[in-house]
Design a protein around this ligand. Structure first.
Ligand code: MG
Ligand code: MG
Length: 271
């Protein structure tokens, strides 16, 4: 509570400082309830912040109290695009594998809040029947992929979504984030090569979350998501190996690493 009062005083101080400075642009004081931090921003910057921070007045009215967590550090990207493919598989190695779930979460580069979601199931062509092993592993049943668009169409839908979200604007700096290198180093380029499809450039650089985690925590998470979730004392969301759920867990891990002060950097490239 002491800290809360301190922030209110600081907000009032900054407001009076602004009034006396004669600055033209009105200022807004934002209180981030989850982060437990406060930030002074201009209206223009406020419109850039697409998360839903609570104002000091709202916090006072609701009686909420801030936690003691610190602010996130600035990141070098405007957006992170969390991606996790699920693909056809069997107990033995299946060749070729085909993507059957194509989820992307768009995260704000500073708050790491989810701003938008792309999610499609994809019809496999070579092995059109999912194996019991695959359904057990991913939770994806045959009816979820039957009649769904094929990879070429889904890649076009991804491109349309990227454009709609402003991610194709050259001034917007975004990067994909995956758990491991397999999704963008192996799976997508391999299937595109089989189909004679070009791989868009935005899929050719990425952050491998396992490497980011090992840089931040000093331990490589060999078994991937479960170990990172446990290492950060987070709750697992949904089903492991369901693409969209894996993306949500990746997003939570990223947020926690950012909260600890970690700045994400590119780790892989196919360029
Ligand atoms: Mg994965
Ligand atoms: Mg997965």
């Amino acid at each position: 509570m002491v800290q809360f009062i301190h922030w209110i005083r600081r907000a009032n101080f900054l407001r009076s400082l602004h009034r006396s400075s004669g600055l033209g642009q009105p200022l807004v004081f934002l209180f981030h309830s989850e982060r437990g931090s406060a930030e002074l921003v201009s209206h223009r910057r406020y419109s850039d912040i697409q998360s839903l921070p609570l104002s000091v007045d709202n916090i006072m009215a609701s009686g909420q109290q801030p936690s003691s967590r610190s602010s996130f550090p600035p990141q070098t990207y405007h957006n992170f695009l969390v991606l996790d493919f699920e693909a056809t598989c069997d107990k033995q190695l299946m060749q070729p594998q085909e993507i059957i779930e194509f989820p992307i979460l768009k995260l704000h580069g500073r708050t790491l809040e989810i701003e938008s979601e792309f999610h499609m199931y994809v019809q496999p062509v070579v092995h059109s029947e999912l194996t019991p092993f695959c359904t057990e592993l991913t939770g994806i049943v045959q009816s979820m992929v039957d009649g769904k668009p094929k990879l070429q169409q889904v890649l076009q839908m991804v491109d349309d979504w990227m454009r709609k979200e402003g991610l194709l604007d050259p001034k917007v700096n975004s990067i994909f984030v995956t758990c491991g290198d397999w999704d963008l180093k192996t799976m997508l380029p391999g299937q595109c090569q089989c189909l004679g499809l070009p791989v868009p450039d935005y899929f050719k650089k990425w952050i491998n979350l396992k490497k980011a985690y090992s840089f931040a925590m000093g331990k490589y998470p060999k078994n991937g998501l479960p170990l990172m979730i446990e290492g950060l004392n987070l709750q697992h969301i949904g089903k492991l190996h369901r693409g969209i759920d894996d993306c949500k867990n990746i997003a939570n891990i990223m947020k926690e690493l950012a909260r600890k002060g970690f700045t994400f950097k590119q780790t892989g490239s196919n360029l």
